[in-house]
Structure formats: structure tokens, C-alpha cells
Design a protein around this ligand. Structure first.
Ligand SMILES: CC(C)(COP(=O)(O)OP(=O)(O)OC[C@H]1O[C@@H](n2cnc3c(N)ncnc32)[C@H](O)[C@@H]1OP(=O)(O)O)[C@@H](O)C(=O)NCCC(=O)NCCS
Length: 191
């Protein structure tokens, strides 16, 4: 699926995105904030990234500028379960593209897609996520869209010589109020 917003576009990943994704995956600030540390060769990374596109339980998005070309971030719905109507979400803007409002709109467009009924979206009932305690900026962004805390995962990720907790959060379909957003809902655009 593709969603074109006011500041960002969400589109499927392509091979052309791999260089930027590889660089971002090896950015130490990103690794610290997400708790995800890449392992393996570039070849293995390319293979893995290609295989993601075939998975039924996962959908990866390139976050780009509204031209749907230039990559500025990556987002994913994982553990998608159509019967239960749930998925988990992760996202990361590329270094150099943070703090400019792209992430805020990307979350909104992801949630629009998550909760919109087929064929406009995935018709989900619940979106979950895990955010590290050392990343209050991301947590506040999710809270601003109504995500609620469900619990704490103790010492969930490494932080240098120490560990950091993580918070489990979720948003249910009827808690997502698109009308409170500063963005024009895509499904209403031009109506
Ligand atoms: C967290 C992240 C997705 C937010 O995206 P972003 O494009 O940087 O954020 P935005 O510019 O849209 O700002 C969103 C909110 O973050 C906060 N924020 C933005 N820039 C900030 C800064 N320099 N310092 C502190 N807070 C800041 C603001 O509260 C802002 O809310 P506002 O719109 O009400 O002002 C992005 O910073 C990122 O990818 N970080 C690294 C990876 C990561 O943390 N991923 C999430 C894992 S759960």
C-alpha cells in the first residue's frame, strides 16, 4: 500500500533503499534508541531485506518525502495477525531527518493505514509497540496519538555497560482519533 501525506509518503521498500537502510542500521545513535544492533554482512542484510517483502506477517514501508522517492525513514508492522486484528509497529527516521515533523506525520499515516478498513488499510483492531525508557521523545510522540502504557519490560536492552527498561504500549482502533490530528486524513482527502 502507498499513502501520500503532507510531509511524507509511505511506500513499499525497494532495492534502491538498501544503502540508506544499511547506513542507518549502523548508526550508533539509532542503535541505542531502538536497541537494535545489526549483525552480519552486507550481502546477508540485502538478502534479509529482500525476503522481508515476501512475509505474510510483516509489511515494511519506506518513509520518503511526498515524491515517494527519497528515503528518510523506515517503518514496519510486524507480527500481523489478520484474525486477531493486531500488529506491532516499529519506526525510525534516518539520521539527518529527525526533529522536522516527518516522524509525527509518519506515525499518523501508519495508524491511518493500520485501522482503515480494507481496501484502504489493514483493518486492524490493535497496534502495539515497545519503546525503550531511554527514548522519551519517541514515547511522547506515541502518547500524543493515544498509545497507552501496558507494562514494563525490565532490563530489556543493553545501554553501554548497563541495561535499560522498555515500555509496552498499545492503541486500539476506537482510541485513534484522526480528527484530532493536524493532518488531513488521507481517506477524506478531496472528498
Ligand atoms: C522518534 C522519531 C521516530 C520521531 O520522529 P521525528 O521526525 O524526529 O519527530 P518529529 O520531528 O516529527 O517530532 C515529534 C515529536 O518529537 C519531539 N521532538 C522533536 N524533535 C525533538 C528534539 N530535537 N528533542 C526533543 N524532542 C523532540 C517533539 O515533542 C515532537 O512533538 P511536536 O510535534 O509536538 O513538537 C525519530 O526521532 C527517530 O527515528 N528516532 C530514532 C529511532 C527511534 O527512536 N525510533 C523509535 C523507536 S520506538
Amino acid at each position: 500500500m502507498v499513502a501520500v501525506g503532507e510531509l511524507v509518503c509511505l511506500r513499499p521498500l525497494t532495492d534502491r533503499d538498501h544503502d540508506a537502510l544499511w547506513d542507518a542500521a549502523h548508526d550508533p545513535v539509532t542503535s541505542r534508541l531502538t536497541g537494535l544492533v545489526p549483525a552480519g554482512s552486507r550481502e546477508a542484510f540485502d538478502d534479509w531485506t529482500k525476503r522481508l517483502r515476501q512475509r505474510a506477517d510483516r509489511v515494511d514501508f519506506a518513509i520518503t518525502t511526498p515524491n515517494c522517492d527519497d528515503l528518510i525513514g523506515h517503518a514496519v508492522f510486524t507480527q500481523m495477525d489478520e484474525f486477531a486484528g493486531r500488529a506491532d509497529m516499529r519506526m525510525s527516521m534516518l539520521p539527518g531527518h529527525r526533529g522536522r515533523g516527518y516522524g509525527r506525520e509518519a506515525v499518523f499515516r501508519l495508524l491511518e493505514l493500520a485501522f482503515a478498513p480494507h481496501p484502504h488499510g489493514y483493518g486492524l483492531h490493535r497496534v502495539g509497540l515497545v519503546v525503550l525508557a531511554l527514548n522519551p521523545r519517541a514515547k511522547e510522540l506515541y502518547e500524543s496519538y493515544g498509545f497507552q502504557e501496558e507494562g514494563t519490560l525490565r532490563d530489556y536492552a543493553r545501554d553501554g555497560e548497563s541495561y535499560t527498561n522498555a515500555t509496552v504500549m498499545s492503541l486500539l482502533a476506537d482510541e485513534f482519533d484522526a480528527s484530532r490530528s493536524i493532518y488531513t486524513p488521507r481517506t477524506h482527502a478531496g472528498a
